[in-house]
Design a protein around this ligand. Structure first.
Ligand code: NAP
Length: 457
């Protein structure tokens, strides 16, 4: 029996488990660990609350978890409650699917001023992540800038622009709903450093921004008129997606304002160069460099033209991408923020050889890109490597440790570990709380609330 530990219970981890458990050639047991008490990673703490369909992927994960050869240990942190060397003693293979747990920096003066935040923190806060419940965002601010034009920036801009009634129909964390009810935000800017054809957001996501109940959309026609290089790139491409993206944005630029309470403005070809402090020490404005595009290694990049403008904003969310963090005992590529690997096999950078028994999947393997479904192919690739290695290994290396040994070890170290059966109870509690509030779910957002719910139930 191949014994596998998966660290991280987001889609990257679950898709590895799925592939391992559905094949029949190699008998496998899978134990999944997560430092948080609840499973699903960014499906629970990243996907926007007003996008419930995306979250329905958890039904697939529930099915995987029903397999008797699968166990979930939530609230158990590898490196704290159990060490990597202990995992190595009890498992033949360990797969890290820990995602990209921090944010990228812009590297400009004033980036760390009060009222300048990583968008990832805001996302974790409104999604009820237990480590971010106590974050404070000054929503008395009237003008907010979201730097970046990826899908996370779209989520943040949309949540800031939605009405409390719209938000109340979602599973947004109660503390965030309450804070956003009192929001004074009137204007939201999304800032792209390149042009509309290079924007990272996907078409359905940006289209939604033109249909908001409480906010008009504003795009400057001159910023979505393509430069010759972008036009040539689109003309030469067989892919219609960027062409559609540009045409959605050009339509926005013609959309008359309907006098809604808020205004959401999408800007292109501008880069923040400095955040300016006001008398209270917090952000008062942002200096923006006007950009032009130039071609470098076959890619259109931005560079400053020398024209600077000042945008008065008093709250800033930096949404310029996530970044992986190193894991004790594993190599790490600082430049790309991932664990060096070959088809999911962790590779020693000094020798270029795989390190036996160690694997990666998801964002810590390939970087923070793609949608949830991207992890299925990615997880399948890693699981295939794991199975190939298991077949190649002699039977002697695949020992017969009694599964109750790990169970006793984990429970000894973390008596408050959360099993999948516990999660099923929490899930039912959250849904029933939601029902009584006319909402799809009311999340238990602190470790104490989870503990209390499990003890009571
Ligand atoms: P992303 O898609 O990589 O977008 C990052 C954005 O930040 C880009 O517009 C990038 O511009 C910009 N940027 C980077 N460095 C910058 C700088 N120094 N100054 C100004 N702008 C800068 O990242 P993300 O939005 O965090 O999303 C991560 C992944 O999750 C993506 O694959 C996304 O599609 C996915 N996601 C999907 C959904 C959904 O499906 N609804 C929702 C959320 C997230 P350049 O292009 O010029 O580098």
């Amino acid at each position: 029996m191949l014994k596998v530990a998966i660290v991280g219970s987001g889609p990257a981890g679950f898709y590895v488990a799925e592939h391992l458990l559905k094949q029949t050639e190699v008998p496998v047991r899978v134990d999944m660990f997560d430092r948080l008490p609840t499973p699903f990673g960014l499906v629970r703490f990243g996907v926007a609350p007003d996008h419930p369909k995306i979250k329905s992927v958890t039904r697939v994960f529930d099915k995987i978890a029903k397999n008797p050869l699968f166990r979930f240990y939530g609230n158990v942190e590898v490196g704290k409650h159990v060490t990597l060397s202990e995992l190595k003693q009890h498992y033949d293979q360990i797969c890290f699917a820990t995602g990209a747990q921090t944010d990228r920096q812009m590297g400009i003066p004033g980036e760390d001023l009060p009222r300048s935040h990583a968008a990832t923190e805001f996302v974790a806060w409104y999604n009820g992540h237990p480590d971010f419940c106590d974050c404070q965002f000054d929503l008395t601010a009237e003008r907010v800038a979201v730097v970046g034009v990826g899908n996370v920036a779209v989520d943040v801009a949309r949540i800031l622009s939605k009405t409390p009634d719209e938000l109340a129909k979602t599973d947004i964390a109660e503390h965030a709903l309450e804070a956003l009810r009192h929001s004074k935000v009137r204007e939201v800017y999304m800032l792209g450093r390149r042009g509309p054809a290079q924007a990272a957001f996907t078409n359905p996501e940006v289209r939604e921004l033109g249909e908001l109940e409480g906010a008009d959309i504003c795009v400057r026609p001159e910023e979505v008129t393509l430069d010759p290089a972008s036009q040539a790139e689109l003309d030469a491409s067989d892919d219609d997606t960027p062409k559609k993206k540009v045409s959605i944005l050009q339509e926005f630029s013609k959309q008359p304002r309907a006098g809604k309470k808020r205004l959401l403005t999408l800007r292109f070809l501008v880069s923040p160069t400095e955040l300016v402090a006001g008398p209270d020490g917090g952000v008062r404005a942002m200096r923006l460099a006007r950009n032009e595009l130039y071609s470098e290694n076959g890619k259109l990049q931005s560079r400053a033209t020398g024209v600077i403008e000042e945008l008065p904003v008093d709250l800033v969310f930096r949404s310029v991408g996530y970044r992986g963090v190193p894991i004790d005992g594993l190599p790490f590529d600082q430049r790309s923020g991932v664990i060096p690997n070959d088809a999911g096999r962790v590779v020693d950078p000094a020798t270029g050889e795989p390190i036996p028994g160690l694997y990666v999947s998801g964002w810590i393997k390939r970087g923070p890109s793609g949608v949830i479904g991207t992890n299925k192919k990615d997880g399948t690739e890693t699981a295939t490597s794991m199975l190939e290695d298991a077949v190649a290994a002699s039977a002697a290396t695949l020992g017969l440790t009694d599964p109750s040994v790990v169970d006793a070890l984990v429970r000894g170290r973390q008596p408050e570990c959360v099993t999948y059966a516990d999660w099923a109870r929490l899930d039912a509690i959250e849904m029933s709380l939601g029902e009584s509030h006319g909402r799809p779910r009311v999340k238990l957002t602190t470790r104490a609330a989870v503990r209390e719910a499990l003890t009571k139930g």
